[in-house]
Design a binder for this molecule. Sequence first.
Ligand SMILES: Nc1ncnc2c1ncn2[C@@H]1O[C@H](COP(=O)(O)OP(=O)(O)OP(=O)(O)O)[C@@H](O)[C@H]1O
Length: 324
Amino acid sequence: MDERAASDGARAAGDIVVVENLVKRYGDVVALDHFNLAIAPGEIFGLLGPNGSGKTTAINCILQLLTYDKGSISLFGQPMGPTRYDLKRMIGVVPQNVALFEELTVRENIDFFCALYVGDRRERARLVDEAIAFVGLEDYASFRPRKLSGGLLRRLNIACGIAHRPRLAFFDEPTVAVDPQSRNAILEGIRAMNEAGCTVVYTSHYMEEVEEICSRIMIMDRGRSVAVGTNAELKAMVGAGERILVEVAALPDGARGQLEALPHVRRVTYTESELVVQCEQGAHNVGDVLAVLSAAGLPLGRVYAEPPTLNDVFLEITGKALRD
Ligand SMILES: Nc1ncnc2c1ncn2[C@@H]1O[C@H](COP(=O)(O)OP(=O)(O)OP(=O)(O)O)[C@@H](O)[C@H]1O
């Protein structure tokens, strides 16, 4: 992995994806607003942002599926353009919406997409077998898509996108509406692909997934990058620490004021019998919080502390939650 100053997302020599000052408008809507992105070979790079933040638009511009108003894109160190089939051949795409042929079986669907890249029939048969095994669809190879559950369809969609063994693969929200078993299979598959040398760009609005598999993460909002770094760097960037949650039937103003006055407390919220105390990084305030509540004579329910999440980072930077 490269040693760039991770928080600024600046480009480095040898980057496999470089996007500079990309602007994309749909009429009056600015979907990408001077968007910059730099990804090193070997990364699993996460694009995390709420619905409408511009993730799909960014990917579709990079792939030249959309025209854009301004900016430049290079892939594998070369300028990308609509007719750069030499570069497109090295790319795999798993689109957000499942795109398959209903009249073809699982194996035939994968073979169809793989044949767009690989002419040799024998080599293709091997690649298709590997892709089927890779997504765990061995028992369904002769099924037609209508016989498959949502999770299995997603796995087939992935196999179609990666059977030709791309050097760079884009996954656009591949786990939306899938069961936990398929979700795990998808994430494990992406990890295995990456370990075999494929650079991965992964979009999601699920922070847990991005935290789990990505080497670096860009947080997007309103068509812009608002922060870039490793999971730990992003959390350190905003100084968010543990969050203490306490079930308590009431929170009198006096107790609230005392909690807010504790030295490392950043924010106190109370809704529907749940008190949430957001602390600064490195602060361990559970004892202090409980002391205030006990002194106020408040009977407590469950008490637990959570480490900071990327939602806390998003909240600190944008003032709103990643998922409303
Ligand atoms: N074809 C289109 N015509 C008009 N506006 C569009 C079109 N596609 C996207 N947009 C708008 O551009 C912005 C970015 O959308 P985009 O789909 O790229 O976001 P996203 O982060 O991928 O969201 P999601 O997670 O919902 O896919 C949004 O405001 C969206 O409404």
